[in-house]
Design a protein around this ligand. Structure first.
Ligand SMILES: Cc1ncc(COP(=O)(O)O)c(C=O)c1O
Length: 393
């Protein structure tokens, strides 16, 4: 008999992919140029030329037997060391190669971290609004996901609500900064307060509360934002990173888990991560891609377009009367829906061929997400539609 749980998941399909599917249908009907697809977080700038050059050189210069052989579970040793070195140079951290565990993107990094740091039945606490895929990731670890209500004035962490929800059964707090969908970057002050809250609660409950810091947008930070490296503020932090957004390589599936060397059970976590791979059939990240990203430490795609788009949209939406928090990074914006029902609002936008995602999909009804990872000229052309939408509310 086929699996019941997965079958049940069919009734809660990925809303974002459904809207993107509708965008494709509309593009066939009305033409690409008439569809404003702000639904998907697919980078709109190409991977830098250095990716192609490095890829080609590695294939040409490396012994094929060595290149294509199984990678050790945690990754190719020199790749792990190179990433550790890069992090230490950038953030003053103290990783060694063994603290880096290569994965197929942030998705696999998160499922490894969640499985390694929890036991079935534990609660994982996250902050709304959040990436909807946290629901299946946490379910896959046989845990319960609880969502702290959004702090809609700033989209920082709602620390008082989090404190009330940090009960003894919480094994880990899962946070994402820069945040999808709000674009908020958690400030140094927020992270310091979070750290002291987690320390206090860990002491009170006599068990560590781990912080799983989901950071695929860490390199898309705008010039005005205060962007602390979170693991530097809380020892029990496991950082999940991806090259999907910074190098525009989402289809290549490459990222890593970085275990803070100061975490209480860092060695124990590192020891069991390969066992998580065994049970999930992960068995190592793609070997060529590991070598490519190791050689490109510090290189990114031209991410400046996202800040340009953000500035353009923010100014225009404010002028039209939308209420929104200025993003500090990512390529997302999360304005308040001008009408109380965010789904109805997004449906109305869709009628204008403007594809937006309701905030309810991210645990924050009453808002909507704009994924502005599109060419700037598309943003400019879409502005009259945003104006029309609010004027007709
Ligand atoms: C917040 C967040 N976490 C994790 C992921 C998964 O990223 P990856 O493509 O590296 O698996 C995404 C992808 O959009 C994301 O937005």
């Amino acid at each position: 008999m086929i699996n019941r749980e997965y079958k049940e998941m069919l009734s809660s399909k990925d809303v974002i992919f459904e809207i993107a599917g509708e965008a494709r249908k509309r593009a066939l009907r009305f033409g690409d140029d008439n569809i404003f697809n702000f639904s998907l977080g697919n980078p709109s700038v190409p991977a830098p030329e250095a990716v192609k050059q490095t890829f080609t050189r590695i294939i040409e210069e490396t012994d094929p037997l060595e290149l294509h052989s199984y990678s050790p579970a945690g990754g190719v040793p020199f790749v792990r060391s190179s990433i550790a070195r890069d992090l230490n140079e950038r953030y003053g951290s103290h990783y060694e190669g063994r603290h880096i565990f290569m994965t197929c993107g942030a998705a696999a990094a998160l499922s490894h971290a969640l499985r390694a740091l929890t036991n079935p039945g534990d609660t994982v606490l996250t902050q709304a609004p959040c990436f909807p895929e946290y629901i299946p990731y946490v379910k896959g670890a046989l845990c319960k996901l609880s969502m702290v209500p959004a702090e809609t004035g700033s989209f920082q962490i709602n620390l008082s609500a989090m404190e009330a929800m940090l009960t003894e059964d919480v094994a880990a707090v899962l946070l994402n900064s820069p945040n999808n969908p709000s674009g908020a970057v958690y400030s140094t002050e927020t992270i310091k307060e979070l750290s002291s809250l987690l320390q206090r609660k860990s002491e009170a409950y006599h068990h560590p509360i781990y912080l799983i810091s989901d950071e695929p947008y860490r390199d898309i930070i705008f010039s005005h934002a205060d962007s602390p490296y979170i693991a530097n503020f809380y020892a029990n932090t496991i950082t999940c990173y991806s090259f999907s957004k910074s190098l525009s390589l989402p289809g290549e599936r490459i990222g890593y888990v970085a275990v803070n060397p100061h975490a209480v059970d860092a060695d124990g976590i590192l020891e069991i991560l390969p066992q998580v791979s065994r049970t999930t059939g992960h068995n190592g990240a793609p070997a060529i891609l590991q070598r490519v990203v190791a050689e490109l430490s510090g290189t990114t795609s031209d991410l400046s377009i996202y800040e340009d788009n953000s500035r353009l949209l923010y100014r225009a939406l404010k002028e039209y009367g939308y209420s929104l928090v200025r993003p500090g990074g990512t390529f997302y914006m999360f304005p308040a829906s001008p009408e109380p029902d965010d789904t109805a609002f997004c449906r109305r936008a869709m009628e204008l061929n403007l594809m937006l995602v309701p905030g309810s999909s991210f645990g924050a009804p009453g808002f909507f997400r704009i994924a502005y990872c599109v060419p700037t000229e598309r943003v400019t052309k879409s502005l009259p539609l945003f104006r029309e939408l609010i004027e007709n509310t």
